[in-house]
Design a protein around this ligand. Sequence first.
Ligand code: GLC
Ligand code: GLC
Length: 668
Amino acid sequence: MIRSNPKGIRNGSIVSHASGLSYEADLSLRRLSPRLQAFWDSRDADEELRHEFGLRLVDNWDELFALLFQLYGTRYDFFYHLEQILITAATAWLDRPEELRDLDRHRINEPDWFDSEKIVGGALYVDLFSENLGKLADSIDYFKELGLTYLHLMPLFAVRPGDNDGGYAISNYRSVDPRLGTIDDLRNLATELRKAGIVLVLDFVFNHTSDDHDWAKHAQSGDPEYQNFYYIFPDRTLPDQYERTLREIFPTVRRGNFTWHDGMQSWVWTTFNSFQWDLNYSNPSVFRAMLEEMFFISSTGIDILRLDAVAFVWKQMGTSCENLPEAHTLIQAFSRLARIATPSLLFKSEAIVHPDDVVKYISPEECQISYNPTLMALLWESLATHETRLLTRSLSHRHKLPKHTAWVNYLRCHDDIGWTFDDADAAALGINAYDHRQFLNQFYTGQFKGSFARGVPFQENLETGDMRIAGTLASLAGLEHAIEEGDENEKEMSIRRMLLLQGITLSIGGIPLLYLGEEWGMLNDYDFVKDPAKAGDTRWVHRPRMQWEFLHELNDTIASGSGSIRKRIFRSLQKLIATRKALPALAGQQMELVATGNVHLLSFIRINESYRLIVIANFTDQPQSVDGNRLRTVGLGRFFKDALTDREFGTSEDIVLDAYETLWLMRV
Ligand code: GLC
Ligand code: GLC
């Protein structure tokens, strides 16, 4: 594991210890102790707080030291950085609001608090949902009514003027975008949410800063210390060498991964937009600086940090610069420091990459929870093909996670859909992955004959034929098309498709996450093109503004029209959520597939302690049946009741599912 050793450390002493470095770790901690004491004394720190921190430090130190040594051990100034990092962590603990320290103490003893059937998430843009943070606090009743207990707010920090990639080009991690409010508004909101039993999630955008962040401005003014915060090159020599093995993430923004900066007369590494400068984590000062920002963000009352763009945080010549081992080392180092200074804080990984790579970020020591992009993409795949073969195959060997970790299951988020399934999973079923992705793109952009979907291409790469899909849940599921055609049957089918998919993400194991707007079946909003700061990015098509007047429709007795469709979607989703929260079988992650002998169905059993629930979902617009006897053998009983409709079934007959129906069967 150790790449190279600093002078003066004998190889023998390194390999002879369990963690590889416990002697060095120990000695370093002894050397650092007086400095930590001096820090506590200078701050007149409470004995109890020193003690608690000390215990966690000792528990985590060996691992933390090994991680930092792997990343920065060869630096001449390693010990200096180690001390800085330790003092940064101690400061975070000391300055942490007492309310959050209480939460820390509580959650240390409850390491899988997030693995409950009671957790249901929602994500939103503050400006598009409620204009600002103050008004968002007034929407807590709305979240409660829907049943949400986890709220992810899209980035709300100060951003550059003009295009800011939906908040992901941050110019200051310590101030809120003034259009949305202030840091105090954020703190108040966090407190209010906590009182309401709602967990708060914010992004930790640590792969890059905006080009107008202070660090970037210092770099632009020629300060070498800050130029080392980024990847800046005087000419194309190194960029060209790197490019040989890099993908392009935003090919319609700019070709390649580097952007010319006139002022510096240099090339800057910019994986995403040209104004998002990738940070150079091979520089320990960057690690320490971002650690301070991380602690600051979490101190506002954040329960979970969504680690943005994790795949890209470490670069090495000759590689794809994605998912490198050091990216994991780096995240684990952040994670250890959170265990020491802010132990209730969890990490959620955003790795929209090959499924083998997605799962590598997930562990109690790295990211405890993770988006499940494979499930997301394959649910859409099954909807397009009416078959669940690829989904089932993928689930059969990819759903299981380590203890104390969980998937975040979603259908739509603020980003596009990419077909990141495994080519070999497809090949095993005789599916050519390249052709299949072409088909899915055609299907979801509505170009495939008979397609119900109204998606929009995102980042179409004319050279490779690659693209990803933008669109809201409702537009991708057929509602937009059905309304266009005035086709009542299609409207019905599209509503059922949405509920089918939601019935699965709400039951398959993990944290379900809605993108708000889904609860009303909101359609694509093509008006984004009128805003020059958004026009170039089709993901805005699926980030519509909340329409509060919809709420009035809930009490109306309208029999037809779009108001009644919205009401039905809202009420059905609300019911799905409430039902989930009342079913202990849906806690935890344990899920076994059930063989139905019918390729149009997906079926699995959820098991938690003595609770069992069998889910069956029909991916076609025709009735489908399954032999009841198969359920008897996995469900250990003869009679079942659908928790959603109370309909009863006996296992001596076929169980027939209506078009796009989902059953949540429990024993009676
Ligand atoms: C993440 C975000 C995405 C953003 C990108 C760059 O993937 O989800 O919206 O464009 O990072 O920050
Ligand atoms: C790519 C990246 C992902 C990012 C997305 C934004 O899929 O892998 O991190 O969120 O692009 O479109």
